[in-house]
Design a binder for this molecule. Structure first.
Ligand code: ATP
Length: 258
């Protein structure tokens, strides 16, 4: 049996129902030009790493989410970079986070097929996005040390930002953002990726779980004092975070050896 969009209906008791749901969502988004075929491969890489942490938010990620939200609240010009996968997977929750903490969303994509930016814009606007950057008429600025078209950034957004959230990012762009002096917060299930290794704060978790948690924590930390926010941010240790994430994976895998 097929659903109205042509995908087979997923039985509710299917052991991988959630994973199949997100796969179908991405395939639908690909037909609408929001996601590219290469985005499907990137998702597969992410899913593989999700197995290694038991498909749950692990304690190092909880701490990095707290530090990320505190840093975003303290920032002067925070921006969240959005690509096709991110818009398709968590567009609604991202718009909620953007509005809650007053952080603009900047659309920045690698594959600029005709109509793609428009499709992502429409999706985010349908979720209520108002503060969208990287679209419309603006005089583009460029990130140096990057040759792909992702070097083009919005002067009102990433170009002037002090803190940039880069979910599901490739290492080259993360490197370029860091070289441009940005404080980079990454969301990446692979603690060994170049992005995860180079960012200032890496949240090693599935973006599907991360953004709703950021909204939850944002609602709490919104009322925190500067002193409390500074303390959360300064207590965070990125090298310990990456080390503990890898240690978690090693321990978790050992529990799986029967
Ligand atoms: P790098 O260049 O940083 O070494 P990469 O070449 O793997 O990494 P991409 O494939 O462009 O980079 O980016 C995809 C990254 O996003 C991968 O590291 C992948 O693990 C991660 N990823 C994919 N889907 C998710 C998801 N749902 N949640 C969190 N991370 C994800």
């Amino acid at each position: 049996m097929k659903s109205p969009n042509g995908n087979p209906i997923i039985p509710a008791d299917h052991p991988r129902a959630e994973s199949l749901h997100y796969r179908h969502l991405l395939v639908d988004a690909m037909h609408k030009k929001i996601v590219t075929p290469s985005g499907l491969c990137a998702h597969g890489r992410g899913e593989a790493f999700d197995y290694l942490i038991g498909e749950q938010t692990i304690s190092p990620a909880e701490k990095s989410i707290q530090a990320a939200v505190a840093t975003l609240i303290k920032a002067k010009h925070p921006v969240i970079s959005v690509n096709g996968n991110v818009a398709a997977l968590v567009g609604k929750e991202l718009v909620e986070l953007s509005q809650l903490l007053n952080i603009p969303l900047e659309i920045n994509i690698f594959y600029q097929a005709e109509g793609r930016i428009e499709a992502i814009t429409e999706l985010l606007r349908d979720f209520g996005a108002k503060n969208l950057l990287g679209i419309g008429d603006f005089t583009p600025k460029q990130l140096s040390k990057l040759s792909s078209n992702r070097r083009i950034v919005d002067p009102r957004g990433i170009y002037q930002a002090d803190v940039v959230v880069v979910p599901l990012e490739d290492g080259d762009r993360t490197e370029a953002l860091i070289a441009a002096g940005k404080f980079v917060i990454a969301i990446d299930l692979n603690p060994l990726s170049r992005t995860a290794q180079q960012a200032h704060i890496t949240i090693v978790d599935n973006i599907i779980r991360v953004i709703p948690k950021m909204v939850e924590i944002g609602k709490i930390l919104q009322n925190a004092t500067d002193k409390e926010l500074n303390q959360i941010a300064s207590e965070f240790d990125q090298s310990q975070n990456l080390k503990q994430s890898l240690e978690y994976i090693i321990k978790y895998l050992k529990t799986q050896i029967k």
